[in-house]
Write a protein that binds this ligand. Structure first.
Ligand code: TRP
Length: 342
C-alpha cells in the first residue's frame, strides 16, 4: 500500500504559495494514495508562537485543507500535538541521527542566522521530528517542495540507520514526490523573492482568505517589466524553463507560472497562449482565473472559521485514526530498541 504523509505549519497567513506548493497537490493525491495530512503545531513552536494565535492558526490550516477539497473521510487530517507518538519517536530518532547530519541542514543555518546560540534546541532537532512524523505511519511517499528535500533525505538516512543498527526492516525508505516548477510562487512585488507570510507588504502575496477585490488589486499592482510577454521559445528542449530565462524576467515568469498552476495547464500552453501579449491583458485574464479558483475557497474558509466546533471535530476524529496506526508501529519500535514493556 502506498501511504502519503505531509504537513503544513500553523504559522498564520496562508497564501498562494502554500496553496499551489502544497495544499492543491494534497487534493490531487487523495485519489491514488492513503493520505495523512497533518497540521504540524509542534514544528511551529520551534520558533516563538503566541499561544492564542497558535490555536487559531491550527484551525486556519485545517480549514484550508477542507476548503481546498481534502476529504476528511478518505484522508486523515489532524494536528500533530494530539498524537503523542510523534514526540516519542522523535526522541528515539534524536538518538539515531548524528550531530554531523543536522549540522549540514541549510534551513537551520538560514533560520538561526547569526544568532545560532540563541536558537531553540527544537529548531535544531526539527528534522528528526519530521522524520518521526513520516515514519510513525511507515509512509512511503512524501510530497515535498524544494525547501524540504534535504529534510526528506535526512528522514531516509534515519530510516536506514535505524533498520541497520537494530537489524530490522521496520521502516520503509520514503520517496519524495516533487511537483512542477510552477509551484515556486514568488512575491508579487519582487520576483526574486519567495512569496512569504513574513514579508511586511501585504501586497506582495495573495492570501487564501483574500476577497475578489483584494485579489484583483494585488494582481493589477503586481510588478511587471516593460516587454511584451515571452513565448514558448524560452523553454529548453525538455520543455522546462531554464533558470537564466526565469532570472531574466522573474516577474513575468512568476505570473505565468501562477497561471499555469491555477489552470492546470502545461507552461508551454500558457506561453503559447500569451506570447506577445501586454501585461495588462494577461493580468486581467489571470485575475478572472485567480478569483474563480480562490474566491470560493476563501468563502469556505470564512464559513469554517465561524464554526470552530466542526473544524475541531475533524481534528479529533483524525487524531484518533492517526493514533490507531501509529501505536502498533511504536510498539514495534520499542521492541526493536529493547524498551521493556512489563
Ligand atoms: N517541515 C515542513 C515545512 O515546513 C512541514 C512538515 C513537518 C512536513 N513534517 C512533515 C512535510 C512531514 C512533509 C512531511 O514545510
Amino acid at each position: 500500500m502506498k501511504r502519503i504523509f505531509s504537513g503544513v505549519q500553523p504559522t498564520g497567513n496562508l497564501h498562494l504559495g502554500n496553496y499551489l506548493g502544497a495544499i492543491k497537490n494534497f487534493v490531487a493525491l487523495q485519489d491514488d494514495y492513503d493520505c495523512i495530512y497533518c497540521v504540524v503545531d509542534m514544528h511551529a513552536i520551534t520558533v516563538w508562537q503566541d499561544p492564542k494565535e497558535l490555536k487559531a492558526h491550527t484551525r486556519e490550516v485545517t480549514a484550508a485543507y477542507l476548503a481546498a477539497g481534502v476529504d476528511p473521510k478518505r484522508c486523515i487530517i489532524f494536528n500533530q500535538s494530539q498524537v503523542a507518538e510523534h514526540a516519542e519517536l522523535a526522541w528515539i530518532f534524536n538518538c539515531v541521527a548524528r550531530l554531523g547530519w543536522l549540522n549540514r541542514m541549510t534551513q537551520f543555518k538560514e533560520k538561526a542566522g547569526k544568532h545560532r546560540e540563541n536558537a531553540s534546541v527544537g529548531l535544531y532537532a526539527y528534522p528528526n521530528l519530521m522524520a518521526a512524523d513520516i515514519l510513525a505511519y511507515k509512509a512511503t511517499h512524501v510530497p515535498v517542495g524544494e525547501d524540504q528535500k534535504q529534510h526528506l533525505e535526512l528522514t531516509r538516512d534515519v530510516a536506514q540507520k535505524f533498520n541497520n543498527d537494530f537489524g530490522v526492516e521496520l521502516f520503509p525508505v520514503p520517496e519524495p514526490l516533487i511537483f512542477g516548477a510552477a509551484t515556486r510562487v514568488m512575491s508579487l512585488r519582487d520576483g526574486a523573492r519567495k512569496m512569504s507570510k513574513s514579508e511586511p507588504s501585504n501586497m506582495s502575496r495573495i492570501n487564501m482568505t483574500d476577497t475578489a477585490d483584494d485579489i484583483a488589486k494585488k494582481i493589477r499592482k503586481a510588478t511587471s517589466d516593460p516587454e511584451l510577454l515571452p513565448g514558448a521559445e524560452v523553454l529548453d528542449a525538455a520543455g522546462a524553463l531554464p533558470e537564466e530565462a526565469r532570472k531574466a524576467r522573474p516577474e513575468a515568469h512568476n505570473l505565468l507560472g501562477i497561471y499555469a498552476a491555477l489552470s492546470d495547464k502545461p507552461l508551454r500552453d500558457v506561453l503559447e497562449e500569451f506570447a506577445g501579449s501586454q501585461f495588462s491583458h494577461f493580468k486581467a485574464v489571470l485575475t478572472d482565473l485567480a478569483v474563480a479558483a480562490l474566491g470560493p475557497m476563501g468563502h469556505e474558509m470564512e464559513r469554517l472559521t465561524a464554526d470552530p466546533a466542526s473544524v475541531d471535530a475533524v481534528l479529533r476524529d483524525g487524531a484518533e485514526r492517526a493514533r490507531a496506526i501509529a501505536q502498533p508501529i511504536l510498539a514495534e519500535v520499542h521492541d526493536a530498541v529493547g524498551f521493556l514493556r512489563a
